[in-house]
Design a protein around this ligand. Sequence first.
Ligand code: GDP
Ligand code: MG
Length: 340
Amino acid sequence: VDDLVRRVLASDTRAAARLCRLVDDRAPGYRSLLRALHGASAPATVLGVTGSPGAGKSTLVDRLVAAFRARGGKVGVVAVDPTSPFTGGAILGDRIRMQRHFDDPDVFIRSVATRGALGGLSRSARDVARVLEAWGARVVVIETVGVGQDELDVTLAADTTIVVVAPGQGDDVQAIKAGILEAADVFAVNKADRPGADAAVRDLENMLALGALTLAALAPAGHGHSAAPARVASGAAGTGWTPPIVRTIATTDHGVAELVLRAEEHRAWLETKAGRSHRAVRARRLVESALRDALSERIVSELGEEMDRAAEQVLAREEDLDAAVERLTQRLRGGGALAP
Ligand SMILES: Nc1nc2c(ncn2[C@@H]2O[C@H](COP(=O)(O)OP(=O)(O)O)[C@@H](O)[C@H]2O)c(=O)[nH]1
Ligand SMILES: [Mg+2]
């Protein structure tokens, strides 16, 4: 085993930081280093925290980290920052929000930025979460803005996803993208000190009562060719999971203990029969999402120039679009390994 890998597994923080940088840079050989981590450490509980910008995710993550640290054990945080390929933008604010943990050697906070490549974000976030798990984190919290499929896919790697909803940002619950709400295993209605929190809770309750949200996101994607089990029964049937709603005030820690409790209940539910089939559906979607990302990368790296030429021909009506796609697909079939 590589020396760097050995040091990460021995909880060497500097080695973990170095491996994270190799992941960021997609340095040659980094995937085999990640693979060497497989199964080499105890699995961490992965907690996703998602929601609209400004909802209070980072403030809440700071509180969650404190709650997990109070029990002992290392904690990792992966902050997904879509705004900048460099560590500017939101991360500076997040640094302030999570400041008190920066001095704690048992808390590892790492930001992941987009490189513009399709699917790059969810893959990088998963990769960094793997490094933090290998470093010894018992819990890895992934904060991500719930905009765009790529970021929502980040939550497929989480055991439990907390969706943070806040009143009074002009985004009442109805206006929040359905995809975000459907990712929820637990809802945090944050900024409960502000007017509108009760209305937000009511809206969520109504949506849940209508069955609109209960695990709906886990219906297998695609067109009926899925080998995954059917959708998990809704909470009404008594066998499934209905996302609980917790009022929180992240700035004062109010409700955070209950939020942790609900997340743990969900984690325990995952071990039940219904929970296991839920995980099977999610794992199937994770594999599909990861495969799609890998193929997208391969398409761009292997066929970039040919796509340009095909575009010219299609534009000049020298070639039919379907024919061009068929031709390019054939080229891809003859290609090499999926991993870059
Ligand atoms: N009044 C109030 N403000 C909050 C609460 N939680 C977070 N905030 C504030 O909301 C702003 C955005 O918080 P942040 O954690 O950065 O949100 P994020 O973009 O979702 O990560 C900050 O100014 C926080 O201090 C809360 O429960 N009540
Ligand atoms: Mg944030």
